[in-house]
Design a protein around this ligand. Structure first.
Ligand code: 6R9
Length: 652
């Protein structure tokens, strides 16, 4: 991932893509310049995408000043998010599908929920919540699988002005109770049990276990997904399906200030307990809608599929809020990519004629390891735009995605952003940019990325260059605070580099001014005085035909300062051997250079990943350091047992 790469591989969009696109390169330049030269005018105009109850007269009032970080957008305007995502579409597209629900089991029929049906379902859920005592400003925790009721619940909260906090359905009871207590929720919404990959998660019993550690007053609203038997506590547990039948099918949307919180989403940082990231109403929705339209070049009638879970920010912005604000057709998938087999994603694309497909590199690498046969049996001709999010994508996965999935026809938007940023920050636009595999390319409108020298904190203006990635000014969907702890907000994001939002990522800016995210800066290793992105070594390793996945960390090395420790997952048909180890070492030396020569290669049948698919390098670093006593919390891993295996087989 260097400037050299950038110079050799460039993929310009086809004429078809450019002709169809809402934004071409001239338009991008013009709009980007306008957004930076005069943010007030630019966002004042863009704000008209939303329906306001009371229009705003002020647009931007933001400060990153040390000790006084304060972010407000459209501060005197009022609106309602659910009215913007539903009611305003009823006149023209009441009978159009809003949500396609594809269940875990391919033999269970899909559901097509129109905007009119969505309206009724959301109003009913809003009335159910009100009848349980939920009022404007109250917090509601949502612990649901990927079923339409998850979207109803989010929008029902928005409708009455309650603040939702979604906890990913894969989290444990402990994580759940910590979040219920952290935001002092009045109600938690869950389901009986949740099918996923042919198995079932006992959500209600997890909620029961969590609620043992919460205030007695917390109520539990239970959605029926499978009809499985669950324990029931009268007075605490409420039956959603029964109550919804009785509930009125209209609820008036509450008038909310643009700066009223819409949701809290807990996310982990490099230190301490997870933080409650707070997003507000007006700026967030506007930015989610605008990025959804332009980044995916969404046109009316397109079928958009984001494979994330609503428990992560990607699901919030690009399954629910962005698409629905645009009157789009959004697909919600309950299952996993590899069940019943590795063609599931592609079968769903064929079945629903998906036009935009948005997923994570980790899923692509896993599927790539299964070969091309599962893809080739499906008709993927409906696909027009592909997207990735969550981590840097290595060129091999990128090429596979581009050539095998997109058949060389579909631009890939590599979208760099964070829970904290609410929406895409850097990404190519399909009709505007020639792609470079692995580069997030250019800032979205209104985003001012800067590269700082990590030692001096000074802005680096020349390029090619490398440094820490910061954002110099506010954008509408920026997080506003950490729930209940504004000081932590300032300390985490604004204290290392004063006057800037510090994202925690490092980046390169190549000779064309295009950005390459190199990963979290805490993942940077320093080998014999050479700084290296662990992602670079990983990328080299996975470029080898026998490697499915790799994670690289630094570990203390007597002579070099830090050595390079590689965890390598081989392809199904490859056998670990001493020869292969040598071959891989030589391979990396040839790919990057002798300074990147791996010191240790450990075979890893599995890597410790969070349930959103991020490799937990913190744990891998500890294992590499032989420090097994301070692995920290492993309960949030998708499969905690891989850690035991890695420890047992730690390379000597
Ligand atoms: C949306 C999301 C944020 C962190 C971020 C960065 C990494 C996300 C990326 C990417 C390289 C991309 N990240 N997208 N790195 N290229 N396209 O993932 O939010 O879960 O908060 O993670 O993910 O390191 O700082 P979140």
């Amino acid at each position: 991932m260097t400037g050299d790469h950038a110079a050799t591989a460039v993929f310009a969009p086809s004429d078809d893509i450019v002709d169809h696109a809402k934004i071409d390169s001239a338009k991008y330049e013009e709009m980007y310049k306008a957004s930076i030269d005069d943010p007030e005018a630019f966002w004042g105009e863009q704000g008209k995408r939303l329906d306001w109850i009371k229009p705003y007269s002020k647009v931007k009032n933001t400060s990153f000043a040390p000790g006084n970080v304060d972010i407000k957008w459209f501060e005197d305007g009022t609106l309602n998010v659910s009215a913007n995502c539903i009611d305003r579409h009823l006149k023209d597209r009441g009978n159009q599908t809003a949500i396609i629900f594809e269940p875990d089991d391919p033999n269970e029929p899909a559901k097509y929920i129109t905007y009119s049906q969505l309206h009724v379902a959301v109003c009913r859920m809003a009335n159910v919540l009100e009848s349980m005592g939920v009022r404007k400003g109250d917090r509601v925790v949502i612990y649901l699988p990927m079923i339409p009721e998850a979207a109803y619940a989010m929008l029902a909260c928005a409708r009455i002005g309650a603040i939702h906090s979604i906890v990913f359905a894969g989290f444990s009871p402990d994580a759940l109770s910590a979040r219920i207590n952290g935001c002092d929720a009045k109600v938690i919404i869950t389901a009986d049990t949740a099918p996923r990959g042919g198995r079932k998660t006992a959500l209600k019993s997890n909620a029961d276990a969590a609620l043992l550690h919460c205030k007695d007053s917390v109520k539990c609203l239970v959605v029926k997904r499978t009809g499985d038997q669950t324990t029931w506590i009268d007075g605490r547990d409420y039956d959603y399906n029964e109550m919804a039948l009785e509930a009125d099918d209209y609820a008036r949307p509450a008038e909310m200030n643009a700066e009223d919180p819409l949701f809290i989403l807990y996310t982990s940082g490099s230190t301490g307990q997870p933080k409650g990231v707070v997003h507000t109403t007006g700026g967030y929705l506007l930015y989610a809608a605008m990025t959804h339209e332009y980044v995916f070049d969404y046109h009316d009638g397109d079928v958009f599929w984001c494979t994330a879970d609503v428990g992560w920010v990607t699901g919030h912005s690009y399954i629910v809020y962005g698409p629905l604000a645009n009157g789009a057709i959004t697909l919600m998938f309950e299952g996993v990519p590899t069940w019943p087999d590795a063609s599931r994603f592609w079968e769903v694309c064929e079945k629903h004629k998906v036009n935009q497909f948005y997923t994570a590199p980790t899923a692509l690498r896993a599927l790539m390891g299964q070969g091309n046969a599962p893809v080739e049996k499906c008709d993927l001709s409906s696909l027009r735009i592909l997207g990735t999010v969550g981590e840097p994508i290595n060129p091999e996965a990128w090429n596979w995605y581009y050539n095998v999935i997109g058949q060389g026809r579909c631009p890939i938007v590599d979208t760099w952003w964070q829970t904290e940023t609410g929406g895409h920050m850097m990404t190519p636009l399909p009709g505007a940019h020639a792609l470079k595999p692995g580069s997030a390319m250019k800032p979205f409108f209104g985003v001012k990325p800067v590269v700082l020298d990590p030692q001096t904190g000074e802005e680096i203006h020349s390029y090619p260059t490398e440094g820490v990635l910061c954002i110099a000014d506010s954008w509408p969907s920026q997080m506003r605070t950490v729930w209940g702890d504004h000081e932590r907000f300032e300390k985490t994001y604004f204290s290392d580099y004063k006057g800037y939002y510090f994202a925690g990522d490092g980046c390169k800016r190549d000779e064309d001014g295009d950005f390459w995210i190199t990963g979290r800066v805490d993942d940077v290793i320093n080998v014999s005085g050479h700084r290296m992105g662990t992602a670079e070594v990983e990328s080299a390793l996975v470029a080898h035909a026998k490697v499915a996945e790799a994670a690289v960390v630094g570990y203390p090395h007597e002579i070099k300062g830090q050595g390079i420790y590689c965890y390598v997952t081989l392809m199904n048909d490859a056998e670990p051997s001493e020869e292969l180890r040598k071959e891989l070492r030589q391979w990396v030396r040839t790919e990057i250079g002798p300074i990147a020569s791996p010191d240790v290669i450990q075979w890893a049948p599995g890597l410790p990943k969070t349930r959103s698919g991020k490799i937990m390098r913190r744990i891998l670093r500890k294992i590499a350091e032989n420090d097994f006593d301070s692995l920290g919390d492993t309960s949030t891993l998708a499969d905690p047992s891989v850690v035991d295996d890695l420890i047992e087989n730690r390379a000597k």
